[in-house]
Design a protein around this ligand. Structure first.
Ligand code: GAL
Ligand code: MG
Length: 991
C-alpha cells in the first residue's frame, strides 16, 4: 500500500474528486444575517478551519510513501498556524529565483527529494449539522498541491496554488469528532507552470473552511447586468449555471443605506435611478438572493466598461487611464500568506497615492481581496496562475526563441486551460474586475489561443489580456481576435509610440513599466505623457507594489532586518531583484511612490497671469469645501511668509475654477512662489503644487554664517604642500593630489581630505551601466597633478591653480581638470573647475567634490529641492524651499544600500550648528550629506550592515545623473546622462 497515488507527476490528474469550479459565495440560513454579517465567519454555515494544526515536515516525500495515514497522524509533535507558508515558520528553506526554475527542468517529473508536510486537525460536526447539510471543504490556496483525508480515507487531490479547491465531505464525515489531514508537496508538475518571480514558498497559505450546503441547492450562478449609464438604469439577470435541484428563488436589491429598491421572484429585473460604481465612487448595492434554504448576500456595483482605440477605456462613459500597480502577495514575516487586514492596509495606501488599478501579478487573489477592491474602488486586471518563464534559460535550446516551448505543446493544453478557467469561474460576479489576463511570461502558441477562446466563452463581456502574445512565432498564423488589447512590458517610449500608438490596431497597455527597484523610477512622467497623448494607450501598471523580503534577524529596537535572494543559502537565486517595489517590505513608502502620487494628483493648480486656476482632473468626483481644504503658502526666496486657506466653490469633474489672488507685494526682486496644498478633510496632504508668481534669481539665505576677515594669509610652501594660515584658519593643500588635506578653524579640523568624485554607489537602476562605469575605472580614480601654482597678489586672498587629470589604474584618462582654488581670509574657499571629459569614456554618474567634514551636530539646513531625495528625473514630489533636517533624515534606507538622499536645485547648504560647514553658489547644485562613504554604500549588501562612520561626508555635485528605471526598463534617457564634453564646477565653501 502506498500512501498516495502519484497524481503530482501526472498532468492528466489535476483535480481528483474535487467539486467543479463555480462562483464564489457564502450561504447563510437567515436573510438578516446574510445582509448584516461583517464577515463570512458569522454565517452559521461557515466552519472556520484556520488556526493551529498539528504539523510534521518531511524533507522528502519518499520517507513516508510506505506509511499509512493513521500512523503518520499519530506521529505529529509540532504545530503550525494555518494559513501560513512553512518557510516562514522555520521549516525547509527560502528560495528566491526570478526566471530560472528552482528545480531541474524535467516535466512532469519533480525531484525525488520533494519536501512535504502533513497537516492534521479535528473537526467537530453535530448530528444535526450533518443531517441538515452537505459539508464542503474549501482551500483558497495551497502551494503546490494537496491530498486530503477525512477519518483516514483519501478524499481527493488538487493543485494550482492560487486556485480554490473544494471537496464534498458528505460521504466521509461522521457526527462528533472527525480527523482531517492534508498532505502538501513542495513540488509537483504544476511547478513548471508557476515560475513566477517571487520567493518560492509552500503550504496551506490561504484560508481553509467548511461550508454547510443545503442538500437541495444552487451550485453556480451568474449575475449579469446590462447597465445604461445615460438612463441610469439596468437590467439584472440571475442565471443558474448548475443546481442540484429546482429550488424556489427570491431576491431583494438594497441600496447602500439598505433601503429596498427592488424585490421579487423574477430572475430578471430592472433597476432605475442607479448610482454607478467607479474607482472614485465605489457605490455598492446589496443583492440578497434566496435559493431554497440558502440566503446569499452579494455586493454589486453597476458599471459599464467600454474599450476601443478611439476613446481607450471608458467607465460609465468617462475616459479612464489606468494608473495601476502590479501586486504580489508578499510580506516579510508571513510571505505569500496575507491577511485581509493587511490587504486592506495596502489598498488604502494605494488609494492615498492615487493608484486606481491593480494587476494581480501573477495569479488570482483570494475572493475576499476582490471584495475589498469592489468596496474601495479599483479596476482589477485579474491574472491566471501561469508562468513558464524558466524555459528561456534551458541550455542550448533556451533563449527567447524558445519562449513558446510549453505554449505550443499540445500536452499542456489542458493544464493551461484549467488554470485560466479556475482564475475566471469563481470571480465572474466581481464588480471591480474589468479584464482577465491569461498569465505571465509563458510565450504564445496554440495553448494560449485555446485559453483565450475559453476565456471569451466564459465571459464574453469582460476584456482579455495576454502580454505573451508579443512572443508569438511570426511564422505561425497567430490568432489574436480574442485579445482585447496589445500589451507590453518595459518597452522604450519610442517603441510604444511607433509600434502601437501612431497607427493603433487595438487598445494598448503596459502590463509592467517603470521598474521601481531601489532609487527610482525616474521615468514616470514621460510614460504618463505618452498615455495622455494617445487615446488608445489606456494606461499601465508599475512593476511593482512592494519589495519582497525575508527576515534575517532583529536589531536592538526589535525592528526586522530584511534579506533577499541568497541570504537563505539557496543554491541559485536572483539576489535583490525581488526588491523592486514602490513600498519597502514593511510598507514604508519609497520616494518613487510619492513621485507617482504627485503625477496623478486629482486636483491641480496652475497660474495664468495673476490668476490661480484649480483644475479637477477626476472623472466622477466633485470637490467642495466639504471634501477638500486648500491652503496657500506664500514664499519669498524659499521662506514662507504667509499661510491662508482658500475657500473653494464646487469644482465639478474635469473642470476648473479661477481665483484672483492678492499677491503679497513685499520685497520686489525676490523669487516669489506659491505652494498650494490640498487636504482631504481627514488625512494628510492629498496633493501639492508649487507655482512661480515672480521670477527672480535666488538670493543666498541670511542663515549662512559669515566670518570676519582675518589678517593676511601666511603661506609656507614645500614641493608637496602649501600651508595657509591666517588668524583662526589654517589650511593644508596637497600639491600632489591637487586637493585640500585639511581645514582647521580655531584648532579644530572641520574639513578633512577632499577629492573629486565621479563614482556614485550604483543604484539598482545602474546595474547595467555600472559595468561600463566599472570597466572605465570610475570607482578607483587617481588624480595626477601636472602643475600647481600659488598666486598671492592681495594680502587677504590666495589662489592655487591646479592642472590635473583623473585616471583609472590601468586605463586612459577620464577627464582633464583645470581648477582654481581661491582662499579668502574670512574662511571662504571658492573652487572653480573646468572638466574636459574624455569622449572615449562612458557617461558619468556624477561630477562632484567630496569633503570629509567634522560638524558639531548632524543638523542640516538647505535652500533647495526637498524634503525628499531628488534627482533630475525624480523630483516631482519635491519642491523648492528652505529646509531644516538632519544627516540621519537625509538618508533613504534602501534595503540594498545605494546612492540615496541627494538634493538638486540647491543654492546653499549648511551642516552643523555653531561649528558649521557651508557651501553655496549662485547657480544650483546637488548635495548629499551622509554618514556612509560612497565606497561603503557600494560594497554593503544590506542596510543593517552599514556602519556609521566617524565623520560624515558632504558631496557637492555640479552634475548628477538621473536614475531612470533601467534595472529592467529602457536605458536612462540621454537628457539625464552626463555626457557633455565640458563640465563646469563652481562652489564656495565657508569654513
Ligand atoms: C517581468 C516579470 C515580473 C518581474 C519583472 C522584473 O519580466 O513579468 O514578474 O520578474 O520582470 O522584476
Ligand atoms: Mg518572470
Amino acid at each position: 500500500m502506498v500512501l498516495i497515488p502519484n497524481y503530482y507527476e501526472d498532468l492528466t490528474q489535476l483535480h481528483v474528486n474535487a467539486c467543479p469550479q463555480h462562483n464564489y459565495f457564502i450561504p447563510f440560513s437567515k436573510k438578516e444575517e446574510a445582509l448584516n454579517a461583517k464577515n463570512r465567519q458569522e454565517s452559521d454555515r461557515f466552519i472556520d478551519l484556520n488556526g493551529t494544526w498539528d504539523f510534521t515536515y518531511y524533507p522528502s516525500v519518499q520517507q513516508i510513501l510506505a506509511d499509512e495515514i493513521q500512523q503518520l497522524e499519530q506521529m505529529h509533535t509540532k504545530k503550525i498556524p494555518v494559513p501560513s507558508t512553512w518557510q516562514t515558520q522555520g521549516y525547509d528553506q527560502q528560495i528566491y529565483t526570478n526566471i530560472r526554475y528552482p528545480i531541474p527542468f524535467d516535466p512532469p517529473y519533480v525531484p525525488l527529494v520533494n519536501p512535504c508536510a502533513l497537516y492534521t486537525r479535528k473537526i467537530e460536526i453535530s448530528e444535526e449539522q450533518l443531517a441538515n447539510y452537505d459539508w464542503h471543504l474549501f482551500f483558497e490556496g495551497v502551494d503546490s498541491c494537496h491530498y486530503v483525508w477525512v477519518n483516514q480515507q483519501l478524499v481527493g487531490y488538487s493543485q494550482v496554488s492560487h486556485a480554490i479547491s473544494e471537496f464534498d465531505l458528505s460521504d466521509f464525515l461522521k457526527a462528533g469528532e472527525n480527523v482531517l489531514s492534508v498532505l502538501v508537496l513542495k513540488w509537483c508538475d504544476g511547478t513548471y507552470f508557476e515560475d513566477q518571480d517571487k520567493f518560492r514558498q509552500s503550504g496551506i497559505f490561504r484560508p481553509v473552511y467548511l461550508l454547510g450546503r443545503a442538500k437541495q441547492r444552487v451550485n453556480h450562478y451568474l449575475i449579469h447586468q446590462d447597465y445604461d449609464y445615460q438612463k441610469k438604469q439596468a437590467v439584472v439577470q440571475i442565471e443558474i449555471v448548475d443546481q442540484s435541484a429546482n429550488v424556489d428563488f427570491e431576491y431583494l436589491l438594497l441600496d447602500a443605506q439598505q433601503n429596498v429598491i427592488s424585490k421579487g421572484q423574477a430572475f430578471d429585473f430592472k433597476v432605475t435611478d442607479i448610482c454607478g460604481w467607479t474607482d472614485e465612487t465605489p457605490y455598492l448595492y446589496y443583492l440578497l438572493l434566496r435559493f431554497g434554504q440558502e440566503w446569499i448576500c452579494e455586493r454589486i456595483g453597476f458599471r459599464k466598461f467600454e474599450l476601443d482605440i478611439k476613446y481607450g477605456l471608458r467607465v460609465n462613459d468617462q475616459v479612464i487611464k489606468l494608473h495601476g500597480v502590479n501586486q504580489h502577495d508578499s510580506w516579510p514575516d508571513t510571505g505569500a500568506s496575507v491577511s485581509m487586514e493587511r490587504h486592506r492596509q495596502d489598498l488604502l495606501l494605494m488609494k492615498a497615492h492615487h493608484i486606481n488599478a491593480i494587476r494581480t501579478s501573477h495569479y488570482p487573489k483570494s475572493p475576499e481581496f476582490y471584495q475589498l477592491c469592489d468596496e474601495l474602488g479599483f479596476y482589477v486586471l485579474s491574472e491566471a496562475d501561469i508562468e513558464t518563464h524558466g524555459v528561456v534559460t534551458l541550455f542550448d535550446v533556451g533563449g527567447d526563441d524558445n519562449f513558446n516551448l510549453i505554449a505550443n505543446d499540445e500536452r499542456y493544453e489542458q493544464v493551461i486551460v484549467d488554470r485560466v478557467r479556475s482564475s475566471i469561474v469563481p470571480f465572474r460576479n466581481v464588480t471591480s474586475i474589468f479584464m482577465w489576463s491569461m498569465g505571465n511570461e509563458s510565450g504564445f502558441g496554440k495553448n494560449f489561443e485555446k485559453a483565450l477562446s475559453v476565456a471569451h466563452e466564459l465571459d464574453p463581456v469582460r476584456f482579455r489580456h495576454y502580454e505573451g502574445y508579443f512572443h508569438a512565432y511570426q511564422d505561425h498564423d497567430n490568432e489574436d481576435k480574442y485579445l482585447s488589447v496589445y500589451s507590453r512590458m518595459y518597452p522604450t517610449l519610442e517603441e510604444s509610440e511607433r509600434d502601437y500608438l501612431v497607427n493603433p490596431k487595438k487598445p494598448y497597455i503596459l502590463c509592467e513599466y517603470s521598474h521601481a527597484m531601489g532609487n527610482g523610477p525616474g521615468d514616470l512622467a514621460a510614460y504618463n505623457e505618452l498615455m495622455e497623448k494617445y487615446p488608445a494607450f489606456i494606461g499601465g501598471f508599475i512593476w511593482e507594489w512592494c519589495d519582497h523580503a525575508v527576515i534575517l534577524g532583529y536589531d536592538k529596537q526589535n525592528k526586522p532586518q530584511f534579506g533577499y535572494g541568497g541570504d537563505s543559502g539557496e543554491e541559485i537565486h536572483d539576489g535583490n531583484f525581488c526588491m523592486d517595489g514602490l513600498v519597502y517590505p514593511d510598507r514604508q513608502v519609497h520616494v518613487g511612490l510619492l513621485e507617482f502620487k504627485h503625477l496623478h494628483r486629482p486636483i491641480r493648480a496652475k497660474r495664468e497671469q495673476n490668476l490661480l486656476i484649480l483644475e479637477n482632473v477626476r472623472a466622477f468626483t466633485t470637490f467642495t469645501d466639504e471634501n477638500l481644504a486648500v491652503k496657500l503658502i506664500w514664499q519669498l526666496n524659499g521662506q514662507t511668509i504667509s499661510e491662508d486657506e482658500l475657500a473653494i466653490p464646487a469644482i465639478k469633474p474635469k473642470s476648473q475654477v479661477a481665483f484672483s489672488l492678492t499677491i503679497p507685494k513685499e520685497k520686489e526682486g525676490l523669487l516669489q512662489l506659491l505652494v498650494v496644498t490640498f487636504h482631504p478633510q481627514t488625512q494628510e496632504i492629498y496633493a501639492k503644487e508649487q507655482l512661480t508668481f515672480r521670477e527672480a534669481p535666488v538670493q543666498l539665505p541670511s542663515w549662512l554664517h559669515q566670518k570676519e576677515k582675518q589678517s593676511q594669509w601666511q603661506v609656507t610652501e614645500s614641493p608637496s604642500e602649501y600651508q595657509l594660515v591666517t588668524g583662526k584658519f589654517s589650511i593644508t593643500f596637497n600639491r600632489l593630489t591637487g586637493q585640500m588635506t585639511q581645514a582647521i578653524v580655531e584648532n579644530k579640523q572641520i574639513i578633512g581630505k577632499t577629492r573629486w568624485l565621479i563614482w556614485r554607489a550604483p543604484t539598482d537602476n545602474d546595474r547595467l551601466v555600472k559595468e561600463d562605469w566599472l570597466a572605465a575605472g570610475f570607482a578607483q580614480l587617481q588624480s595626477r597633478v601636472y602643475e600647481t601654482q600659488l598666486v598671492h597678489e592681495k594680502e587677504e586672498i590666495v589662489q592655487i591653480k591646479v592642472r590635473s587629470r583623473l585616471l583609472p589604474i590601468f586605463r586612459q584618462c577620464v577627464a582633464d581638470l583645470t581648477s582654481i582654488w581661491t582662499f579668502e581670509s574670512n574662511g571662504r574657499i571658492t573652487i572653480q573647475t573646468k572638466v574636459e571629459r574624455n569622449r572615449q569614456m562612458p557617461s558619468f554618474p556624477r561630477f562632484g567634490l567630496e569633503l570629509k567634514i567634522h560638524p558639531d551636530t548632524s543638523e542640516v539646513r538647505y535652500l533647495g529641492n526637498g524634503p525628499l531625495e531628488n534627482y533630475q528625473d525624480k523630483k516631482l514630489a519635491s519642491y523648492f524651499a528652505d529646509f531644516q533636517t538632519t544627516i540621519e533624515d537625509l538618508y533613504e534606507p534602501y534595503v540594498k544600500p545605494q546612492e540615496n538622499g541627494s538634493h538638486g536645485n540647491t543654492y546653499a547648504v549648511r551642516v552643523g550648528h555653531y561649528q558649521t560647514i557651508q557651501a553655496f553658489a549662485s547657480h544650483p547644485f546637488s548635495f548629499n550629506v551622509s554618514n556612509y562613504s560612497v565606497e561603503q554604500l557600494t560594497n554593503t549588501n544590506h542596510r543593517h550592515e552599514l556602519i556609521k562612520e566617524a565623520q560624515p561626508y558632504l558631496i557637492i555635485d555640479s552634475h548628477h545623473a538621473g536614475v531612470g528605471s533601467n534595472s529592467c526598463g529602457p536605458e536612462l534617457d540621454e537628457q539625464y546622462q552626463i555626457n557633455q564634453d565640458e563640465l563646469l564646477f563652481e562652489v564656495t565653501i565657508q569654513l
